[in-house]
Design a protein around this ligand. Sequence first.
Ligand SMILES: Nc1nc2c(ncn2[C@@H]2O[C@H](COP(=O)(O)OP(=O)(O)OP(=O)(O)O)[C@@H](O)[C@H]2O)c(=O)[nH]1
Ligand SMILES: [Mg+2]
Length: 581
Amino acid sequence: MRVIATAGHVDHGKSTLIRRLTGMEPDRWAEEHRRGLTIDLGFAWTDLPGGPTAFVDVPGHERFTANMLAGVGPVPAVMFVVAADEGWMPQSAEHLAALDALGVRHGLLVVTRCDLADPAPATRSALAEIAATGLGAVRAVAVSGRTGAGTDLLRAELDALADGLPAPDPNADVRLWVDRSFTVRGAGTVVTGTLGAGTVRAGDELVLSATGERVRVRGLEALGRREDSVGAVARVAVNLRGVDRERVGRGDALLTPDAWVTEREVDVRLRRPAGRDEELPRNLVLHLGSAAVPAHVRPLGTDTARLVLARPLPLRAGDRGLLRDPGRHRVAAGVVVLDARPPALRRRGAAAHRAEELSGDVAAAHLRARGLVRAGELRALGFPVTGVAAGGWQVDPGHWESLVARVPDELEAWLREHPLDTGVGVDALAHRFDVPAEVLALLAAAAGATVADGRVRGRRARAELPPHVEKAVRAVEDDLAAAPFTAPDAQRLADLGLGRKEIAAAVRAERLVRVAEGVVLGPDAAQRAARVLAGLPSPFTASEAKRALGTTRRVAVPLLEHLDALRLTRRLPDDTRVLTG
Ligand SMILES: Nc1nc2c(ncn2[C@@H]2O[C@H](COP(=O)(O)OP(=O)(O)OP(=O)(O)O)[C@@H](O)[C@H]2O)c(=O)[nH]1
Ligand SMILES: [Mg+2]
């Protein structure tokens, strides 16, 4: 389905054209008929040669501009109507300014009431006005709603307009801006809206933006027919289970669960209409989607501001809306959302700093300010998923680097405090780094530490030893695997080519521990020895320790001193020892 909105000055013949194109009555209210005036949005549809096409018919009267904005807000294309006999009028100008601010890029000029006047002058002036906006050069067609002249051409031009629209993403997250809600006897609450992207299916669970409550899609209708699923772009009526009609209305949105953030503060870029440089009023109304929400404007830089909304809205970076001054009946500025979850501005000078951030890479600044953010949250905010990916999180690259650099120090510090541990618990280290455990594991790995059985162990820098030393160290490791406290003797070390320098390298790489000149053991020798000694009566003598460890005096004496230094053991005045802790 394609969806096209009308726009144009009051009484210029919009609803008459919709009636003629669709055979349906867009003015739904008795009062509209009595006054011959559209007050609220009207909805109608027809089959054009290129496919079914729905229309959102808007009121032209300036009193109902808010309704007009709710109708065109979510619609990507517009049929701009100007009466041949009246030409360009004030609401023509306000509607055009609104479309420009909302970023509508696809339009068609329809000059109607041609039976009353020559369409050429109105066409000329309207095309010139439209060309000065983001709509650019549009095609024009002259018609009469009364006689039907030009209707076939209008249908062909509407088809061409619809065909030129960008294809919507059927898999996008749903944000259906509600423009109507009513009760159907026996079915309950029904809401309607223009679905701009994504797909809604019967049975889906969606979130009501205003309250955050979950609602279930009981049934769907599009173009007057029941459907199991409706994909964008479409006019759709959604029958909801579990929500009263009073709790949902125009300006609410139905959202894909967990895919949107709904906040009260938002940073935006402002686009002032040309020639309007006076200071922006502080209190305006933000129109975005079908919502109209009072907004307090806090200027940040020359063209950026923080909006504090009267109620939260589900927004994303890139969303377009406009700020309107309802008292003066005019568009004060177009807005483009830059950050839908901006940081608090607390310190002096924070606004100026923020303005600078907003003129650069906003997504990167967002990540930098927080250190790390869930990837899903970046998506929900409409940001590209930047930074270092780590277990569902995205980490600011600078933060990541500083964390990686801290890993060895933190490991060492931990092992100093907990000498019996061979590694640090992932959770404990995560707590120290103030990051989630899944991020910590990846951080540790990036720092060259190993993570196994929920523990992080320091770097085993195998790759860093020259090959001949590596080979020799492995031989020593094999010896020690069989007898952990039987240090290789001088002859064995010499045979393996392990001199003073080679041993020092192996110690630096945490492959060996040197407890005395020429006495090397495995890196966990102290911890293992402490566990063996725990089986002895306390206090114990050096000979008792030597026997328990199954080693010689050459090893046992310096090993015990090593244990003393690590405060695993304490030496008593009579030369016996006790285990600490
Ligand atoms: N002669 C003539 N009258 C027309 C034509 N189109 C509309 N009208 C008349 O103009 C008046 C307004 O037409 P609508 O279609 O209600 O105008 P509208 O743009 O929908 O007005 P609002 O929704 O209130 O902004 C009605 O009396 C129509 O009968 C036309 O092509 N020729
Ligand atoms: Mg009308």
